[in-house]
Design a protein around this ligand. Structure first.
Ligand SMILES: [Zn+2]
Length: 256
């Protein structure tokens, strides 16, 4: 393979490795953000339920007072009734007792309904508290994972960037500029292999035969006429592996 081309391939491999790390970090970061939002909305829901519980407790308290006051009235009226002489008065008090008993019954029914509401709300609160606990745990696991990935990335990043700089310095400026421009516009691959059929693996269009033949000669720097990607023929995988080996060998020597 043309040496310049092999260096560009090497640069692309480094860039793709760096991107892989960045994407992994971004993915975990997004998951953390989602979990945080989820947790926040559950906490808001819990606050709302607690407020609802306070309201229903107030209503239960009020109906208790109502029931008590009806009971007191009934007792008093029953006491008064004992001292009454006329039928008319007796009947009037009897009616009042019945009315208050009906009101008391109504308040008791309301209280019962409030108690049921309270039970439902308490059930929801227990459930949401459990969900919050689980989400908080999940979040702490994700945060730890993010920090671990970040540390790993920091540990290898410098090495990758040093290798990149070392390789980049061996590539003609025009070529590296083209590589960077294509990478920016098209993403990966910025340097693409050409299939045996003569198709660019970046856009899958066929190269004109003349151009394909030139490329086979291996001594040309060529871009795809359709997608602008830098083209090369990956003659054998072992050839590219050995050229990568050479680069890392040199890198190691350079380090020493
Ligand atoms: Zn193409």
């Amino acid at each position: 393979m043309n040496e310049q081309i092999s260096f560009i391939v090497e640069i692309q491999n480094i860039d793709m490795e760096l991107l892989k790390f960045e994407e992994l970090l971004k993915k975990t970061f997004n998951e953390i953000e989602d979990s945080q939002n989820n947790l926040k909305s559950k906490e808001l829901e819990l606050e709302r339920l607690k407020e609802e519980l306070r309201e229903v407790n107030k209503k239960i308290g009020c109906s208790e007072l109502d029931i008590k006051s009806y009971e007191d009235k009934i007792i008093k009226m029953k006491d008064t009734q004992k001292l009454i002489k006329t039928n008319k008065e007796y009947n009037a008090i009897q009616k009042s007792i019945k009315d208050n008993e009906a009101l008391k019954k109504k308040s008791e029914d309301e209280q019962l309904a409030y108690m049921e509401d309270k039970e439902t709300i308490n059930g929801k609160i227990t459930l949401i508290q459990k969900e919050i606990q689980e989400l908080a745990y999940e979040l702490s696991v994700k945060n730890a994972e993010y920090k671990k990935n970040e540390r790993e990335f920091e540990a290898v990043k410098k090495d990758f960037l040093d290798k990149r700089e070392f390789t980049k310095n061996k590539i003609k400026k025009d070529y590296i500029d083209i590589y960077e421009a294509v990478k920016k516009n098209k993403g990966f691959p910025a340097i693409a292999t050409v299939m045996q059929s003569g198709a660019c693996t970046g856009c899958y269009r066929m190269l004109p035969p003349q151009q394909f033949n030139e490329l086979i000669s291996e001594n040309v720097f060529m871009q795809c006429p359709v997608c602008s990607r830098i083209l090369y023929i990956d003659t054998t995988l072992s050839a590219s592996a050995s050229s990568a080996g050479k680069v890392s060998e040199k890198l190691n020597k350079n380090k020493i």
